[in-house]
Design a protein around this ligand. Sequence first.
Ligand code: MN
Length: 285
Amino acid sequence: MSLVTGRDVDLGEGDRVRRLLPTRALRTVGAWCFADHFGPDDVTTGVGLRVGPHPHCGLQTVTWLREGAVRHLDSLGNDAVVRPGEVSLMTAGHGISHAEESPVERPPTLHGVQLWIALPPEARDTTPAYEHLGELPTAHHGDLRVTVFVGSHAGLTAPGRVWSDLVGADLSGSGLLPLDPAREHALLPLVDGVTADGQPLPVGSLLHLEPGRTDVEVDGELVLLGGVPLAQRPIVWWNLVAGQHDEVVAARAAWEAGERFGTVQGAAGARVPAPPAPTSRLLAR
Ligand code: MN
């Protein structure tokens, strides 16, 4: 059991988030390869969240909110407003672009997480898709409420399509949470005062649990991530996940050329340019 400290990242336009995955100490949890925790932020003034069109490939993005609303627009033509209790699951596969922004009419507070799932090699090039899902399975373990928003946990399976053995779940309350010993897990506290097996988990940290655990006693408001550890981690560079350096370079070049990732119509934010191409050879490890 190890506590990993994240870092603050500025997404531009004043949006600050806590990046909890990847960190130097922990790069993946199962196929989960990225985790940002944002808010609670007051979005009554200014533009709120505004991330302009940008590309993804080789991964799925998951947006889960505790408070507020986020509008998702993508190059397939989807235009959805995601709210608490609903999950936004975008399968980038071969390539998609999307924008995320606060809707004009919105609740005053924004609080949630954005997570990425690395697709396994055989699915990295799959057809892009978008799912906006409610009516997610919920269970109670003592006074602990568990809502599975993606993947499966303790006999519950969320409706969104995934390609590996994993879970993303929202936890609220206090109780003994069963864990699959084949998986590694991470607990991401959403508020102050969260504990796991009595250990405090400050906001901005992540508790990593190695495979072999069958349960953990939790108290508070948090997110559970878990999955079977990857045999080989992919390259995660900017918004792109790939198995080889050359695939990253090709995807980056395609975005800069306006190819492969389509076009997002109607987004408030500006198209996000790719960072300079990597100067050293990227390796999957
Ligand atoms: Mn994105």
